[in-house]
Every structure is written in C-alpha cells, then in structure tokens.
Ligand binder design. Sequence first.
Ligand code: VGL
Ligand code: ZN
Length: 197
Amino acid sequence: MTTALIVIDMQNDFCPGGKLAVAEGNLIVGEINALMGRHEVTVLTQDWHPADHQSFASNHGADPYSLTQMPYGPQVLWPDHCVQGTDGAAFHPELATDPADLVLRKGFRPAIDSYSAFFENDQTTPTGLHGYLRERGVTDLTFCGLALDFCVAWSALDAVKLGYKVAVKRSACRGIDLDGSLEAALTKMDAAGIRLI
Ligand code: VGL
Ligand code: ZN
C-alpha cells in the first residue's frame, strides 16, 4: 500500500475575501498542514483559469451561480475566480506548499471546466494525475480541501472509478452548498464506497 494526500484548491479565491469564497475555507489550513508529511506522496491542485474561461458567468453575460449548457453537459456559471497569475489563484499564504511533490494545475482550457483532479468536466480529457500516481505506485488516496461538494467530491468519485481506495478527511474540507449540492455529494460519495473519515 502506498498512500497519497491530495489537497484540493486551497487558494485565496476559495477562502473568505476571495471571488468564490467558501465559508470557513481558511479554517482548515492548519489541519491540512498537519496532514502533510504523513503520506508517501503529497499533491496540491490549483484551479488555474484563463480570463476567457467559459465557466465564468461574465463570459456569458449571465448571473453567477446560474446554469448553462456546455457541449459536455450542464455547467454552473461561477464568478470570475482563480485567474492565472492573480493573487486569487495563489495558494492560501499559510498553506505549507514545501512538502508537496507535485502541484497540478487544472481548468486551463478555456472551453472546459475541470472540477476533478483526474478528468475535466467532459469526463474524458485527462489531467495527467492518474499517470503520475500510477508511476509512483500509489494505491490509496486521502482527499481534503475546497470545495467538498465540487472539486473534492468530483476528484474522489473519479478516483474510485480509476480503482484507488479513497477516503475524504471531512474536517479538513468545506463546501459551497449550492441548492443542496453538499448533501448530494456526501450521499454520492458514501454510495461509491468512499470513506468519510
Ligand atoms: C471549484 C467551482 C469552480 C472547486 C473550482 O474548487 O470546488 N468550484 N471551480
Ligand atoms: Zn474553477
């Protein structure tokens, strides 16, 4: 067994004061820092969008948090967030980034959003993370970070499909909770055999 900690999107824009702030997102940084170093492999993901990204409501003349249809299916339109190179896209200043083996950026293709750390939202375009973990012999994954009901859940569900043994460290996550999305994500993860620890 080889374990990896996957820290999802601990960036300024997902913390209070950011463009797509998750309530209490800043409060989990200390716990995440303490989890690092307890796994053979540590990965940080970074949401990393170009300014013309099609998940931004502003690029559709639409209201943030409304729904649109993309060629790959329904897509929530978000406030502009995690724009490449901006302070909002930077990691939370107290996040310990030195222990990370890999920083994986995602969501950089203008036409496709990428919640999952493994596949973009078309559910076929790979990010490369699976190849990396496979080559490092990783079998077991623990997820933490933001947001529990979007990027953490989508990543954990894809990880199960890819054959990993998966746990989510609940206390080291916070959710957005859009129209019941938090409860739905927890139910789906439980049904997939993901351990909520
Ligand atoms: C996320 C919405 C848009 C997340 C990223 O990290 O959960 N959510 N982009
Ligand atoms: Zn995003």
